[in-house]
Design a protein around this ligand. Structure first.
Ligand SMILES: Nc1ncnc2c1ncn2[C@@H]1O[C@H](COP(=O)(O)OP(=O)(O)O)[C@@H](O)[C@H]1O
Ligand SMILES: N[C@@H](CCOP(=O)(O)O)C(=O)O
Length: 327
């Protein structure tokens, strides 16, 4: 489970006393999540989420993430809002880790993705992209081409333990991505990890987005590529064009995509598949025995990559029948 740091009652009470939240009624570790330690904290003022940032979330990035959530919440996007202490600060320290309390979002992430979920996701993502247009902080995407290469080099010696020829497959794919990666597309702050477990629904209605800890500056349409991979494949590995079409058409009702953005999607999908394949591969190979968190399957993303490698244009995704979006 994703609680890497245990917090004693004494430390917790002293920490919460720095806020105007009343006393602690309960605090339970949350099993879900991968990166940081999360707790459901209930105080006299209601439920909150307490997050202790673990080693992969860099301390110097925290003002960007917290500032982004504040900016988005201010624009009416349903996302966690960092809670300020009595001293006006949201970011402080607990058990030697940077720590924050954020507001609790009601809802559940969908365990079984339906086309309706994708139709809700599209406009929410587009609204997020519009809402960041005047967010002034920047954070370059450390997990783009340069970062993939670094991760690959760390994993390469043992990659073939995970799948036959994986090292050669990744080496060739990185070279192809280098050659075809778009140079100029509309850019801004993207979520960069908008998987189903980071999107909450109440019934079929999207109720909020969490986990902005990979957010960064990149091509806006790259966020769509990440979502196509995370939301539009079935368990048997098949690509669900209906879900993809709903995601794209509903996104475009709020933020139409340019011809160049649409044309770039196949390469962006390949890049996004490589990104998650590599981070999962790294975690798989560096998983300490007995660790709480079960590493995610890198091969799921190898299969997605192989699918995108067969695509020659948007038509191969069966997306352009019906003419319901602009190409
Ligand atoms: N603001 C929030 N409101 C409600 N639940 C939350 C909130 N933030 C996190 N959670 C819960 O904690 C879990 C892990 O959070 P997440 O940010 O994805 O962790 P990590 O960054 O460590 O992967 C989520 O799946 C959700 O159950
Ligand atoms: N979404 C990533 C893993 C990051 O985990 P999260 O809990 O922070 O969303 C993946 O599936 O590889």
């Amino acid at each position: 489970m994703a609680v890497y740091t245990e917090v004693s009652d004494e430390d917790l009470n002293a920490f919460v006393a720095q806020y105007d939240l009343g006393g602690v009624l309960s605090c339970k570790g949350i099993a879900e999540g991968v990166e940081n330690s999360n707790f459901l904290l209930v105080t006299g003022k209601g439920p909150y989420i307490l997050t202790l940032y673990e080693k992969r979330t860099r301390r110097e990035d925290l003002p960007f993430f917290l500032g982004l959530m504040e900016h988005l919440a201010d624009k009416g996007i349903a996302c966690p809002l960092p809670v300020q202490g009595k001293d006006g600060k949201a970011l402080r320290e607990l058990c030697g880790r940077p720590a924050v309390i954020v507001t609790f979002l009601a809802g559940m992430w969908p365990r079984r993705i339906t086309p309706q979920h994708c139709a809700e996701l599209g406009p929410a993502l587009a609204r997020l992209h519009l809402a960041v247009a005047d967010f002034r902080m920047e954070r370059p995407n450390a997990l783009s081409l340069g970062g993939w290469k670094e991760l690959f080099e760390k994993c390469a010696p043992r990659a073939d333990e995970v799948a036959r020829n994986l090292r050669a497959t990744l080496e060739a794919e990185l070279a192809a991505l280098e050659a075809h990666w778009p140079r100029a597309l509309p850019a801004g702050v993207i979520h960069a990890d908008l998987f189903p477990d980071n999107v909450f629904f109440r019934g079929n209605t999207l109720s909020g987005v969490i986990d902005f800890y990979f957010a960064c500056n990149d091509f806006l349409v790259y966020d769509i590529a990440i979502c196509l991979n995370a939301w539009c494949f079935e368990i048997d590995g098949s690509f669900n064009a209906t879900k993809a079409r709903l995601l794209l058409t509903s996104y475009q009702k709020v933020r139409p995509l340019s011809k160049d953005e649409l044309a770039a999607l196949p390469w962006l999908c390949r890049g996004s598949a490589v990104r998650f394949l590599l981070t999962r591969l790294y975690d798989w190979l560096n998983h300490p025995p007995g660790a709480f968190v079960k590493p995610k399957d890198p091969l799921e993303y190898l299969r997605k990559l192989r699918f995108h490698q067969t695509v020659r244009g948007l038509g191969d995704y069966c997306l352009d029948d019906g003419g319901s979006y602009q190409v």
